[in-house]
Design a protein around this ligand. Structure first.
Ligand SMILES: [Zn+2]
Length: 324
């Protein structure tokens, strides 16, 4: 996804537009069945309201998420190292939007006239990006079990969860709402989560999640450095042109998918799963799980990599990989 805190009116508008075009046809995404994702196709049959009714599919030639085929990705020696410049002081709150929880950052464009207290931002540049992109929020997608949950996959391998750090092009646009409609408007970093040892940086966030258990609840959350959720190696990544994975699904996103996953504990993901899709008033409560979009066709796109998978074998000093 990229859950859009501000795009609801936009999504509504686009929904209306689409309804007119499709004359009420319902479009429900179905994840293609393969050996690894049959189970997730099954769980998606209990559709979240996000995916009910007509969907906005603008163009549809660069939709996300996708399966990253490692051997089909193309090494691009011009891909520079990524430069995240995050300021923990810009962190403001955590919001359960009924599909995920969003950790939101101050990304206002106001020019400060007070030189002692200039407006601060968290920004991302470098990598495949030519402009500076401002962090507005991050969120996760996860499954009901550790067997699936990520939106992207690597050679069909599913991870239990995936982090999305959403940035918008502040060189070209004044607002996220403008950027979300443009080809080069957004840059999203994707980080896979795998089960392992407890992630100490993530724990500060996990500790506040019970306060946003229900849909529409918000809790103040400050001084969180999003860089602590990046893997140790941010130089190795895949990048491709894609879309938002929640309505309005606009094809605005330069995706930057980290090769190295981060480790979190089963207990930490269990707290994610204790959240609810539903508000406190609703009679039937629904666990917030399986909040990912089905995969989309590549349609001739090239996935570029910043690293050379065939020349640089990894040496972990561990036993050989036993598969998954
Ligand atoms: Zn997302």
């Amino acid at each position: 996804m990229v859950a859009l805190s501000i795009a609801t009116p936009l999504a509504r508008h686009l929904h209306r537009h689409l309804i007119k075009q499709t004359r009420g046809q319902r479009m429900i995404p179905v994840r293609r069945c393969n050996l690894t994702v049959c189970s997730s196709k099954y769980v998606l049959s209990a559709l979240h309201p996000m995916w009910q009714g007509p969907l906005v599919a603008p163009g549809g030639n660069r939709q996300s998420p996708i399966d990253i085929r490692v051997r089909k990705s193309v090494f691009d020696p011009h891909l520079m190292p990524l430069i995240p410049e995050y300021d923990p002081r810009t962190c403001s709150q955590v919001w359960n939007n009924g599909y995920s929880f969003l950790v939101e950052y101050n990304d206002t464009t106001d020019k400060s006239i007070d030189f002692l207290f200039p407006v601060i931002h968290s920004a991302l540049k470098g990598g495949p990006l030519e402009d500076v992109f401002r962090l507005c929020q991050f969120h996760f997608h996860w499954g009901e079990s550790n067997a699936w949950g990520s939106e992207h996959t690597v050679d069909r391998r599913l991870f239990p969860a995936e982090l999305h750090m959403v940035h918008w092009n502040s060189n070209k646009y004044k607002l996220f709402e403008e950027a979300v409609m443009e080809e080069n408007g957004l840059a999203v970093i994707g980080v896979f989560l795998k089960i392992g040892k407890r992630h100490e940086g993530l724990q500060k966030l996990v500790d506040v999640l019970p306060a946003v258990r229900h849909k529409d609840s918000v809790v103040e959350f400050t001084r969180f450095d999003p860089a602590c959720l990046l893997p140790a190696n941010i130089d190795d990544y895949w990048t491709y042109a894609g879309s938002l994975t929640t309505p309005p699904l606009t094809e605005a996103v330069t995706w930057i998918i980290m090769k190295q996953p981060i480790e979190v504990s089963h207990e930490q993901l269990a707290v994610f799963r204790s959240l609810l899709f539903t508000s406190a008033e609703e009679e039937v409560q629904k666990s917030m799980v399986n909040n990912f979009r089905v995969q989309q066709p590549l349609k001739g796109r090239t996935v570029r990599s910043s690293f050379t998978p065939f020349l640089k074998e990894e040496h972990h000093g561990k036993a050989p990989h036993t598969g998954h």
